[in-house]
Design a binder for this molecule. Structure first.
Ligand SMILES: Cc1cc2nc3c(=O)[nH]c(=O)nc-3n(C[C@H](O)[C@H](O)[C@H](O)COP(=O)(O)OP(=O)(O)OC[C@H]3O[C@@H](n4cnc5c(N)ncnc54)[C@H](O)[C@@H]3O)c2cc1C
Length: 444
């Protein structure tokens, strides 16, 4: 066996999880190989638009001075939409125009991942692109390396860190994960729509590198199916995204592409994108099962990080990148601890679980664990209920020639009447309040 085939650690996948693990290990002087199937890091990656970067800023302080970023997110606007009405709430802060820019930036993954992998390389990692890992190598049930398609052949290491994303074949080959059940996955669709910089800045009230995110939560954004839509501002383009839970979508017999087209044409969306030219079209799965769907994420000689381990917060905050980086860092730190003890057994690597349990990764996954159950058990909440809420808000602000007190009573009566129409409960108001509280607690 040639020495160049032997590493301290092998990391599969140069997304945020894998590159973080490679960066931390290379910085600590380890002999690390980072393997990526694409022709460059980021070439195969799809995400909505916002890189969450608290971990990155710790690892590479003030990274925004060198990383290829689009805009920092200074404000977020959340919409509930029905076919004709919208209710929105926005937050915006001048403080987010200053470092660390609320740790949220729109990026092109092709550019950002490429830059980030180059940082791991600079730190000393061996970065191999066009390198597709087909299988794990095992000796007496311990993972001892990977099998690469093509001339690299077999590569060996004390530990393999699997960070190959949502469809992780390797986590399945390790026997730690089954293929996704329909209930554990959502489908994201995305278009990048080019517009002149000045148009974007005028349309969204931005200047310099300021950016915003518009979040459309379920309702008519996804025709009442649990999911949502987003618009993110880049420097000279918008990212338009929908994502929808696969199981209810299949049950409703609708196509994700139709939902996407309807979202684009929606009266509360189309004006933001009008005049733009679609230059890229992408689709990707995202893990959606939350805490209860996370698999066993370590075994003898192996750890799983990022989407491969289903570490994604799909709540109103929708954070995957920070979770990927935090888990990549925790896997790297676990490796360093295991190396000190020269013990790479599952028992030793269980330190990974301890680090994740102490971090926001497991705490947040646990915090939102009821979200999917709520969405599954209360599908009506995202369709008819949203219509009732938005109609009540419109009624409140509709200008009529009558005293406001009379108008408010009329609004309350209509609200109740509409609730009775859509609610199956004998006590529609109580049921609505109870669901609104439960839903709010689960998602926000
Ligand atoms: C539509 C959509 C919108 C999203 N929006 C956001 C958002 O706005 N903000 C956010 O924080 N998160 C968002 N996410 C989630 C986020 O993209 C992921 O959580 C994050 O990319 C996970 O990083 P990762 O490193 O685990 O996996 P990935 O980024 O998927 O990287 C995995 C890498 O492994 C490589 N790979 C796969 N198999 C192999 C193999 N066998 N051999 C070698 N290489 C392999 C792939 O090419 C890829 O580069 C979104 C996801 C989707 C689908």
């Amino acid at each position: 066996m040639a020495n160049e085939n032997i590493f301290d650690a092998i990391i599969v996948g140069a997304g945020p999880a894998g590159t973080t693990a490679a960066f931390v290990l290379a910085k600590a002087g380890m002999n690390v190989a980072l393997l990526e199937r694409g022709p460059s890091a980021g070439s195969k990656n799809v995400f909505g638009g916002v890189l969450y970067a608290t971990v990155l800023n710790r690892l590479i302080p003030n990274f925004w001075e060198q990383a290829p970023l689009e805009r920092h997110i200074k404000g977020i606007k959340i919409f509930l939409i029905s076919p004709d009405n919208a209710v929105s709430i926005g937050v915006e802060s001048q403080a987010h125009n200053n470092p660390p820019f609320n740790n949220s930036f729109t990026v092109s993954r092709a550019h950002f991942d490429h830059w980030y992998a180059s940082k791991a390389e600079e730190a000393g990692a061996m970065f191999l692109t066009n390198t597709l890992v087909d299988d794990l190598l095992k000796y007496r049930d311990k993972v001892i390396g990977v099998k690469v398609r093509g001339e690299e052949g077999e590569l060996y290491a004390d530990v393999v860190i699997v960070a190959d994303g949502v469809n992780s074949i390797l986590a399945e080959k390790a026997g730690l994960r089954k293929p996704y059940a329909r209930r554990q996955v959502s489908l994201g669709m995305k278009e990048i729509i080019e517009l002149p910089r000045s148009v974007i800045e005028d349309r969204f009230g931005l200047s310099g590198h300021e950016g915003v995110e518009l979040k459309y939560i379920a309702g008519d954004a996804t025709k009442g199916i649990w999911g949502g839509g987003n618009i993110y501002t880049n420097l000279e383009s918008l990212s338009l995204v929908t994502w929808v839970a696969v199981d209810p979508m299949l049950k409703a017999k609708v196509k994700a592409t139709d939902l996407f087209e309807q979202f684009k044409e929606h009266p509360f969306v189309r004006n933001y994108i009008k005049g733009g030219e679609t230059v890229e079209y992408q689709a990707h799965l995202a893990p959606d099962g939350g805490y209860d769907a996370t698999p066993q994420y370590f075994t003898d000689g192996l750890m799983i990080a990022g989407d491969a381990a289903r570490f994604l917060n799909a709540s109103v905050h929708y954070e995957g990148t920070n979770f990927a980086m935090a888990s990549g860092e925790a896997a790297a730190k676990t490796f360093l601890e295991a190396r000190r003890n020269n013990d790479y057994t599952a028992k030793s690597l269980s330190h990974y679980q301890k680090l994740l349990n102490e971090s926001f990764v497991m705490k947040d996954l646990n915090r939102y664990r009821k979200m999917n159950h709520f969405a599954e058990k209360n599908p009506e909440f995202f369709g008819p209920y949203f219509d009732v809420i938005t109609q009540a808000a419109i009624d409140f602000f509709t200008v009529k020639e009558m005293p406001k007190r009379t108008q408010e009573w009329q609004m309350i009566k209509d609200f109740y009447k509409n609730l009775r129409r859509v609610s199956k409960s004998r006590f529609p108001l109580l049921s609505f309040i109870w669901k609104a509280i439960k839903g709010g607690i689960s998602f926000i």
